[in-house]
Design a protein around this ligand. Structure first.
Ligand code: GLU
Length: 473
C-alpha cells in the first residue's frame, strides 16, 4: 500500500498571500483532503531582512479566509501553529554536520571579499562564476568562521520526473558546491526546504514552477542525506492577459484584496482551482466536489491566464446560489464597512433577495442596495433626466394611489402603475422610471413594485414627496 500523502505549502513571509501562492496552497490542500493525507504549513522565514510578522499574519489570514486548514505544527493537541524555519535552526545544523562528517559537505572559509573578487574576475572574463572548490579538501575547523557547502558529486546530469512537466534533466555543469548553511547558522533555501521536507515526511512537493531550477540540487541533497526523493509537481505560474507573469500591473494580486472587493471565498477557490485544472467542462464546483475530483493528473502544463471578468462571473454565480439568509449574513461586514448598521434589520433578507440576481460582488450588493438603509443619494444625471416638471403629475398620481391604499401588495401596485400610465397615455416605463429615481436616487434597481414594497408605504411616500419638491424646483 502507498504511504499516506503528505504535502506542504511553504511560503516565504515577505508579503501578502499572492493569488499564485494561494493556488499552490489550494492544490496541495485539495490533494491532502482528496487522499485523506496531511497538509503541512511551513513558513520559510530565513530571509531575515525581508520576512515580517505582518506578512506571516497576512498569509495566515488569507489561508483561513479560503478555508485552507493545516493539520500539523509544533505544539501539542492543537490548534497547531505553522512551522517556522527560524525555530528549527538546530535541526539544519545537525543535518549539515551529518553531511560534513560523511564527506558530502565541507566547511568553506573563503571570505566575502575573496569571493567577490573571483566573481568580479569571472564577469570581466564574461564567464559564469562557479565556486572553484577552494576549501573542498581543507580539514574541518569549526572554530574558524565558515559556511557549509554541499560537495557536488561527480555526475553528468540530474534527472527527475515531474507530475506536471514530465521528465526534467539538468546538466551537472550548471550546478556547483552550493552554500547550504550560512556562517550565522541559517540555512539557505534549498537545504532548509530539503531538511524540512525530509523531517516532515513530505512525499509530494507541489510548488510554483519558478522553483523548477532548484529541484536538481534538492534531489542531490535528498540522496546525500540518504532519503527517498519525493514526487514533484511544478505548477505553471499564473499569467496576466498580456501573458507576462501576474503582477500588480494586472490588478489586485493579494487574496485578501478579493475579500475586500466582496468576493466569496468559495468563488475565489473555485476560480483558482479551475485556472489550470479541469474536470470535463464543469465550471462551478463546491468545495466537496473539488475535493472529490481533484488530482494532479489534470493540472495543465501550460500557464493559466488570470481573467478578472471570469472570476466575477464565478462569484456572481456563487452569489446567486446561496440561500438569501446566508448571503445576508455574509454581506453584514460589507454593509458595516460602508457605514450601514443593518444587523437585525428585518428587511435585510428581502433586500438581499431582491438584489441577488443583480449583484456581482458583496460590495456591489451593498452599493446597489444602499438606498434601502440610507437616505437617497440623488444621481444628478438621473434627476435631470427624470425629475423634470413633466414628472410631477406622474409622481403625484402614484403618490396619491399609494396614500389611498391601506395595504400594499404587488397586485395593487401593478394596477396603480397601469392606471396612471393609461390615464396619461404613457408606456409603463415612463411612469416607473421617475418613481424609481425618486425612491432610489438612480435609474437601476430591482422591479419597481419590489422597491416600493421593500421601502414600505411611509418611506415611499416621503421619498416621492421629496422628489416632487425637486420637480418643482
Ligand atoms: N519559500 C518558497 C517560496 O515561497 C517555497 C518553495 C517551496 O515550496 O519549496 O517560494
Amino acid at each position: 500500500m502507498n504511504a499516506p500523502v503528505r504535502v506542504r505549502f511553504a511560503p516565504s513571509p515577505t508579503g501578502y498571500l499572492h493569488i499564485g501562492g494561494a493556488r499552490t496552497a489550494l492544490l496541495n490542500w485539495l490533494w491532502a483532503r482528496h487522499t485523506g493525507g496531511k497538509f503541512v504549513l511551513r513558513i520559510e522565514d530565513t530571509d531575515r531582512e525581508r520576512s515580517t510578522d505582518e506578512a506571516v499574519a497576512a498569509i495566515l489570514d488569507g489561508m483561513r479566509w479560503l478555508g485552507l486548514d493545516w493539520d500539523e505544527g509544533p505544539g501539542v493537541g492543537g490548534p497547531f501553529g505553522p512551522y517556522f524555519q527560524m525555530q528549527r535552526l538546530d535541526l539544519y545544523r545537525e543535518y549539515a554536520e551529518r553531511l560534513v562528517r560523511g564527506g558530502k559537505a565541507f566547511a568553506c572559509y573563503c571570505t566575502k571579499e575573496e569571493l567577490d573578487l573571483q566573481r568580479e574576475q569571472a564577469r570581466a572574463e564574461k564567464r559564469q562564476f562557479i565556486y572553484p572548490g577552494t576549501c573542498r579538501d581543507l580539514p574541518y575547523d569549526p572554530s574558524r568562521r565558515h559556511v557549509i557547502r554541499f560537495r557536488l558529486p561527480k555526475l553528468e546530469e540530474v534527472t527527475f520526473t515531474d507530475l506536471v512537466k514530465g521528465a526534467i534533466t539538468r546538466p551537472a555543469s550548471t550546478l556547483q558546491d552550493e552554500v547550504i548553511v550560512r556562517a550565522d547558522g541559517v540555512p539557505l533555501y534549498n537545504f532548509g526546504a530539503v531538511v524540512d521536507d525530509v523531517t516532515m515526511e513530505i512525499n509530494l512537493v507541489a510548488r510554483g514552477d519558478d522553483h523548477v531550477n532548484n529541484t536538481a540540487i534538492q534531489v542531490l541533497l535528498y540522496e546525500a542525506l540518504g532519503y527517498p526523493v519525493p514526487a514533484f509537481a511544478h505548477l505553471p505560474m499564473i499569467l496576466g492577459a498580456d501573458k507576462t507573469r501576474l503582477s500588480k500591473r494586472h490588478g489586485a494580486t493579494s487574496v485578501t484584496a478579493y475579500r475586500d472587493m466582496g468576493f466569496l471565498p468559495e468563488a475565489v477557490v473555485n476560480y483558482l482551482v479551475r485556472l489550470g485544472w479541469s474536470h470535463g467542462d464543469q465550471e462551478i464546483f463546491t468545495g466537496s466536489e473539488l475535493v472529490e475530483h481533484f488530482g494532479f493528473d489534470h493540472v495543465g502544463a501550460t500557464a493559466g491566464v488570470f481573467n478578472p471578468e471570469k472570476m466575477v462571473w464565478v462569484n456572481q454565480t456563487w452569489m446567486k446560489s446561496l440561500p438569501p439568509a446566508e448571503l445576508a449574513a455574509r454581506s453584514l461586514p460589507y454593509y458595516r464597512a460602508a457605514g450601514l448598521e443593518v444587523e437585525g434589520d428585518p428587511r435585510l433578507p428581502e433586500v438581499v433577495r431582491a438584489f441577488q440576481e443583480r449583484a456581482k460582488t458583496l460590495v456591489d450588493l451593498v452599493t446597489q442596495s444602499r438606498c434601502f438603509f440610507a437616505p437617497v443619494e440623488m444621481d444628478p444625471k438621473a434627476r435631470e433626466k427624470f425629475l423634470g416638471p413633466d414628472a410631477a403629475p406622474i409622481l403625484l398620481g402614484i403618490r396619491d394611489g399609494i396614500s389611498a391604499t391601506a395595504t400594499l401588495d404587488a397586485g395593487v401596485l401593478e394596477k396603480l402603475f397601469h392606471d396612471v400610465a393609461a390615464a396619461r397615455s404613457l408606456g409603463l416605463g415612463k411612469v416607473a422610471q421617475p418613481v424609481r429615481v425618486a425612491l432610489t436616487g438612480g435609474t437601476a434597481s430591482p422591479g419597481i413594485y419590489d422597491v416600493v414594497l421593500l421601502l414600505g408605504r411611509e418611506e415611499s411616500l416621503q421619498r416621492i414627496d421629496a422628489a416632487l419638491r425637486l420637480c418643482a424646483g
